[in-house]
Write a protein that binds this ligand. Structure first.
Ligand code: 13P
Length: 259
């Protein structure tokens, strides 16, 4: 399998943490730490901090994005935000289908599919999250669930546009629990996800899509995960909130592309 062209990406998902001031302070310090050898660093910041973050990140190899968006381009949807508003504030990507959105706010694959299509229209790179619950893993339905999420969330997306997607495998039982999938378990799931992508496109396209792992990524397990051939990056929650632990993860993840 050719992995030459896949981008290595380390994404911070800050969830509902950090004010504008805290964001600015973090980014200024992060800029001092990064070097030309660092993998791509993406920060999914709160909506309110996107503009400040993207102004600071300009010209500094840090990509700023959001954690969610609505599927409509505008409308009477109190409290929602449109992709083009994110774009306007400086976002380059958006996380879609995170398990916290699926579980707490009951987002369905069909709704996430509409958001993915809207993000592509709005010229935002979509990080599509998939993952099984502990119950599903124990029942042996992990692959079925992953395949369903990937197929339904990407339904109707043209093969030529699939390269605008980044996939993130986040086993729900590993999120915020301190339980990480072992590198081997994660690699097995990533290989399966890539096969699923191949089934809806072709080998070349599937091989070019970066697949990230998320779920209790910490400085002490990042390297082992990144050594796996199908793990192209990491989606980091808790450990991305402190510059020290986030930078250790970035630093341990090797250089720019997956070779
Ligand atoms: P934790 O790294 O805190 O487990 O969160 C993972 C996650 O949800 C990233 O999107």
């Amino acid at each position: 399998m050719s992995t030459e062209n896949r981008q290595k990406i380390i994404v911070a998902n800050w969830k509902m943490y950090k004010t504008i001031g805290e964001t600015a302070e973090f980014i200024k310090e992060l800029i001092q730490e990064l070097s030309e050898q660092s993998p791509s660093v993406y920060l999914a910041v709160p909506f309110t901090a996107i503009k400040t973050a993207s102004d600071l990140a300009e010209g500094n190899d840090i990509v700023i994005g959001a954690q969610n968006m609505n599927d409509a381009s505008e409308g009477a949807f109190t409290g929602e935000i449109a992709g083009r508003m994110l774009k306007d504030a400086g976002a380059k990507f958006v996380i879609l289908g995170h398990s916290e959105r699926r579980q707490i706010y009951k987002e369905s694959n069909a709704f996430i599919n509409r958001k993915v299509k809207r993000a592509i229209k709005d010229d935002l790179q979509a990080i599509l999250c998939v993952g099984e619950t502990l119950e599903e893993r124990e029942e042996g339905t992990t692959q079925e669930i992953l395949n369903k999420q990937i197929t339904e969330c990407l339904e109707g997306v043209d093969v030529s546009e699939l390269n605008k997607i980044i996939l993130a495998y986040e086993p729900i039982w590993a999120i915020g629990t301190g339980k990480t999938a072992t590198p081997e378990m994660a690699e097995e799931a990533h290989q399966f996800c890539r096969q699923s992508l191949k089934n809806i496109s072709n080998k070349e396209t599937a091989d070019s899509i970066s697949i990230l792992y998320g779920g209790s990524v910490k400085p002490d397990n990042a390297k082992g995960l990144m050594e796996q051939p199908d793990i192209d990056g990491l989606l980091v929650g808790g450990a991305s909130l402190s510059l020290d632990s986030f930078f250790k993860i970035v630093n341990d993840s090797g250089s720019e592309s997956k070779k």
